[in-house]
Design a protein around this ligand. Structure first.
Ligand SMILES: [Mg+2]
Length: 551
């Protein structure tokens, strides 16, 4: 049996198929088969009482031994956190033009930025919005929220929603405390399902009708935490408040931190601490230019901020690497609204009034729109690959309307893969899947004793699901999964990006002409005919040490 589980990437496939085979035949059917084949003596007298309970537990222990025996030592640590994952086949050899967003795409910021945004917005709430002094006792909680959560403004509930619009029970929080499942169900008419009409609009924003916002921005981590802390203060102190006001005031306070330039000031004054992996950004851009790729930048940030950051990461001559530079682009409107023409900025950052008839290398442009961009550059279709961290503001329109290829930067991926690589995760997930299989197969046992066993398994499964969820984040779990299903975030990620990765520097691990082939993972009605189908893209892409010659 161990031969089926040769170490390495293919080990799982063998294990999974053995598990499948073991699960596919309930014990009572095995018994009948044995009888028909004549391998068991036929007893024509009164049938012996079958101890279903003992049989079920026997199958359970067999399965447990199988799972642990078949997970070979070293099976963990299979995935490379610096991998690039493909949703769609894409050949870098066919990409002639590379575009980039700036914040959290080229410039990765350290987590200390979240703490600073939180503290500053909290103090704005106290000083300008006259919120109670007591909320100053709340400090930023780094691991409270995760990206992609939904927030029901009127019900004051922060929660994770899956790809089918179902709330993951156990992940609904009011303030800093979980809301019991029964209360959540009551609030939504007896179901954890959120009707489409109540969801946020296409870009995750709240429009006139819906009161549900999805937090997709990485900057929204301090925002979610601040809403939760202030709510906790009000509830703990028995203070009546309107959650709609709280949402608006908190959002405005966070926006003030951005719009009034405070955040830009902090970063500019301490780039060493705030900006991560600068030298790798230089290596990525330089390599692309050396291979005759065209580069452009479309960012919503102001030029002076981007200029300082790029000088820090890439050097004084960073502009020489780019063919077109657009700042204050106002994405996502940039991709859909034709009305704003490009304007040029001079070297001092002043707006020029001349009409823009071409986008020239070395010059800086502000605003504009994608339609003019396409007309002036001719950079259309699948020759262009654009990288951004915001699934809606950066990638959705490009994917759905314009046919550019898209790359999503998902910094959380690195930590999630590190967790997936742990032995604890591997064992609890595999055993959880095995228990799920046992439950599916043995549900035909309907006598009282068997039902009791099945209930115990159900309870164990639920505990295992919580254990695996909590490894990622004790409140909300992984950004990619709600127990079994993909999250709402994952669904959008798959829909709007051809490839995704933790950092732009992951590109350094791949040849300049590398083709990404997503694994053909089986659909629910398909059989895994080839072991490769059971592996994710991660497991097939090169490991850092194998590709070290490229860097
Ligand atoms: Mg960004």
């Amino acid at each position: 049996m161990s031969a089926l589980c040769a170490r390495g990437r293919s080990g799982f496939s063998g294990c999974s198929r053995v598990l499948c085979a073991q699960l596919s035949t309930p014990p009572h059917q095995e018994q009948q088969a044995g009888t028909e084949c004549g391998t068991t003596p036929v007893n024509l007298s009164a049938p012996e009482k079958v101890d279903n309970r003992a049989q079920l537990w026997s199958r359970y222990h067999e399965m447990k031994k199988l799972v642990y025996d078949l997970l070979p030592p070293g099976v963990c640590n299979l995935l490379n956190p610096a991998t690039i994952c493909a949703n769609n086949e894409i050949s870098l050899g066919e990409i002639e033009i590379y575009g980039f967003d700036y914040d959290y795409t080229l410039a990765q910021y350290s987590d200390m930025l979240h703490k600073k945004i939180f503290t500053t917005a909290r103090d704005i709430l106290i000083q300008q919005y006259k919120y109670p002094e007591g909320i100053r006792n709340y400090d930023y909680i780094p691991d409270f929220a995760i990206r992609g959560l939904h927030y029901d403004i009127e019900k004051n509930l922060l929660m994770k929603v899956d790809a089918f619009h179902y709330i993951q029970l156990g992940t609904a929080y009011r303030g800093l405390k979980p809301v019991p499942d029964e209360e959540v169900l009551d609030l939504y008419g007896g179901t954890p399902h959120i009707p489409l009409i109540e969801m946020s609009d296409f870009y995750g924003k709240v429009t006139i009708g819906p009161t549900m916002k999805q937090f997709m921005d990485i900057f929204s981590l301090p925002e979610m935490t601040l809403i939760s802390c202030v709510t906790d203060f009000f509830i703990s102190n028995g203070i009546d408040f309107d959650p709609v006001h709280l949402y608006k005031d908190t959002t405005d306070a966070i926006r003030d931190v951005h719009v009034k330039g405070m955040m830009y000031d902090w970063i500019e004054k301490d780039m060493e601490h705030y900006i991560l992996h600068g030298e790798e950004v230089f290596a990525v851009l330089n390599r692309l230019v050396k291979h005759n790729k065209k580069l452009f930048l479309i960012t919503n940030s102001p030029f002076s901020f981007v200029d300082k950051g790029m000088k820090h990461m890439v050097g004084k001559k960073w502009r020489d690497l780019f063919d077109v530079i657009i700042v204050r682009a106002d994405k996502p409107a940039f991709f859909t609204d034709r009305r704003k023409p490009f304007r040029r900025l001079d070297e001092s950052g002043s707006l020029q009034w001349d009409k823009i008839n071409s986008l020239e290398k070395g010059k800086i442009y502000k605003q504009g729109n994608l339609f003019d961009f396409l007309r002036l550059t001719g950079w259309r279709g699948s020759r262009v690959l654009y990288f951004g961290d915001h699934l809606y503001s950066d990638l959705a329109d490009l994917m759905l309307r314009h046919g550019w290829r898209t790359g999503a930067i998902v910094p959380e991926l690195e930590n999630e893969i590190r967790i997936i690589n742990t032995e604890q995760y591997m064992h609890s997930l595999t055993w959880q899947q095995a228990v799920t299989g046992l439950l599916e197969q043995m549900q035909t046992y309907q006598d009282a004793e068997s039902k009791q066993v099945l209930m115990e398994w159900m309870k164990e499964r639920q505990e295992l699901r919580s254990v695996t969820k909590n490894l990622f984040n004790p409140q909300f779990g992984s950004i990619f999964r709600t127990y079994h299903n993909p999250t709402y975030f994952s669904r959008r990620l798959i829909r709007f990006s051809d490839i995704y990765m933790a950092s732009i520097s992951s590109l350094l691990n791949y040849d300049i002409n590398f083709t990404f082939y997503p694994r053909r993972t089986p659909l629910q009605h398909e059989a895994p005919l080839w072991m490769d189908q059971l592996c994710t893209g991660c497991m097939k892409t090169p490991f850092l040490d194998e590709m070290v010659h490229i860097r």
